[in-house]
Write a protein of this length. Sequence first.
Length: 238
Amino acid sequence: MSSKKPRYRRKTSLTPRRRRARRLERPEEKRRRARLVFSRLARAYPDARCSLDASTPLELLVATILSAQCTDARVNRVTPLLFSKYKTAADYARAPAGELERDIRQTGFFNSKARSLRLAGAVIAAEHAGRVPDTMEKLLKLPGVGRKTANVILGNAFGKNEGFVVDTHIGRLARRLAFTRETDPRKVENDLTAIVPRAKRTLAAHQLIFHGRQICHARKPLCEACPVEPLCPRIGVA
Ligand code: SF4
């Protein structure tokens, strides 16, 4: 009889967490995990909503254009005066040179933002009878409006869940949660729309933004206090 010890093959099955970390998750596993993540985020942030103050589609469009490279809180400090002064798309289109720039100066990049507001106002007044259009295709034709802004308007002003808003918070969280490996916002959006049901996309975006602001900070995420920690592979987090 041989004296050799029997050789056993090492068990190679991985725990769900390791599978996620190694990005071996199957699409249906990822969708299921996303469902659990968003249900935890819903409990953690029951008040998640758009943090830009606006009461009409035009006001939301203006606020979203102003929010580029600026905090929503700062935009909200500027817009009350702006909205009382410029009530229609045509008002922005014919704003005197220098005046609109002064009115939005605090939001930064005010020259290019003023240009976008004037041009978008002119197109809305001339081609859409003064009303902000409610389709992705038409919104994307407005000067200064990209997919992020268009998704914000569609979801929050018109209740249409067309795509998925991708800002810096959402891109960062989607990568840490291994919902995407992409950095290009359009590709991140594709990955998120593949795992979040259409009807939940606008709210899910707000939940991610709230979570990015309160817990999953860019520099030092508070993983020990995070409600989705058991479901997160923490990709890229030291
Ligand atoms: S566990 Fe950490 S990295 Fe993952 S979502 Fe929570 S805070 Fe962000």
